[in-house]
Write a protein that binds this ligand. Structure first.
Ligand code: AMP
Ligand code: MN
Ligand code: MN
Length: 331
């Protein structure tokens, strides 16, 4: 059963922790996406406005350049983080410690605040504000700020939260797009969020090299199981030949998912000769998070990911076999 721990008691404890402490580290999950970064920056701006010392850190690489977002100057590299001794660590959009950085979150004396919307969240914080029904962590951060101090939601914070919601809902078109998403987006635009500019910068505009890479990725599209499963493949050669980085392929899986009649889709990325990253998408109640968990991965019902320590062809064979089973066992 999915547990939800968004409640008044946790919020009151959070308010006390914020009041009683002065230095905060905000961490996100590996290869942070827009929801992760937007939520981190919104929280960082909120705390900085209260006179707190704040740094942000997330391991890995983002698929997009978020450096134009307000507060991005609070992002630090690993060295700066190791010499920083915060009394509180916020972990945003990360279901497990393994998805962030164990060293950072688990030094004894630090209070860990876990704010997330993944159904697989392991409640690893001293305070856990988790709601798997929330479409984005940014929605939760908005709820928290509205409860604590609505007037603190500045235009800068509104921009950051709007980006989180925009990207985790694929521009208001994924299956998680519910009434709260529109209510929150509307409230954020009222507060000054620049809906058009943010959609243009983070959803619409792409580098020429990314589009050229997309052309090759589209060329790799293949369907299986009578057209119900779609695969897309990115090899390391494609990346090198195109002068791109693997992180540019974020979002490509949506094209596989967009093929008519397809219910299960996967993007395979060759990391090395024995490591393949797999992004999975599904429709309706086909649960790809459950499927990914068989391979040590995770995510949400309709969007999940995993790493398989096999070459790309072997990985495709194994995942196809597994997805065909999912398809066949579905009534
Ligand atoms: P992606 O396909 O990388 O866009 O990821 C889709 C969703 O799956 C996101 O919510 C990720 O946090 C989650 N996810 C991706 N890879 C993994 C993994 N290896 N382990 C756990 N969750 C993952
Ligand atoms: Mn995320
Ligand atoms: Mn998210």
């Amino acid at each position: 059963m999915i547990e939800k721990t968004f409640n008044g008691e946790e919020i009151t404890r959070l308010v006390n922790v914020i009041e009683e402490n002065s230095s905060f580290l905000i961490i996100g999950h590996i290869d942070p996406d827009g929801d992760c970064i937007g939520s981190m920056l919104a929280m960082a701006l909120f705390l900085r406005a209260k006179g707190k010392k704040v740094l942000c850190y997330a391991p890995g690489e983002s698929g997009k350049d978020f450096s134009s977002l307000p507060g991005f100057d609070m992002f630090a590299d690993e060295n700066e983080i190791t010499s920083f001794s915060p009394s509180v660590v916020f972990s945003l959009d990360a279901p497990t410690i393994a998805r962030t950085s164990d060293v950072i979150a688990y030094e004894d004396h630090r209070i860990v605040i876990n704010i997330d919307h993944h159904p697989s969240n392991e409640f690893y914080g001293d305070i856990n504000i988790v709601d798997p029904e929330a479409s984005a962590t940014a929605v939760l951060v908005y709820r928290i700020m509205s409860e604590i101090q609505p007037e603190s939601i500045t235009r800068d914070i509104a921009d950051c939260l709007y980006v989180g919601i925009l990207l985790d809902t694929g521009g208001f078109k994924f299956q998680n797009t519910d009434a709260e998403v529109f209510r929150t987006a509307s409230a954020l635009v009222e507060r000054g969020a620049r809906a058009f500019e943010l959609a243009r910068e983070f959803l619409y505009v792409k580098k020429l090299s990314t589009l050229k890479l997309l052309a090759r990725a589209l060329d790799s599209l293949e369907v299986h199981a009578g057209g119900k499963i779609a695969f897309m493949t990115i090899t390391s050669d494609m990346i090198v030949e195109n002068g791109s980085s693997m992180s540019e392929t974020e979002g490509f899986v949506d094209y596989a998912a967009s093929v008519d009649e397809v219910v299960l889709s996967a993007l395979f990325r060759e990391i090395s000769s024995n490591e393949t990253r797999v992004s999975l998408r599904s429709r309706d109640d086909y649960d790809v998070a459950l499927f990914a968990s068989r391979f040590g991965g995770g995510g949400h019902r309709n969007a999940a990911g995993l790493t398989i320590y096999k070459g790309i062809e072997e990985a495709k064979r194994i995942i196809l076999e597994g997805l065909e089973e999912v398809l066949n066992s579905h009534s």
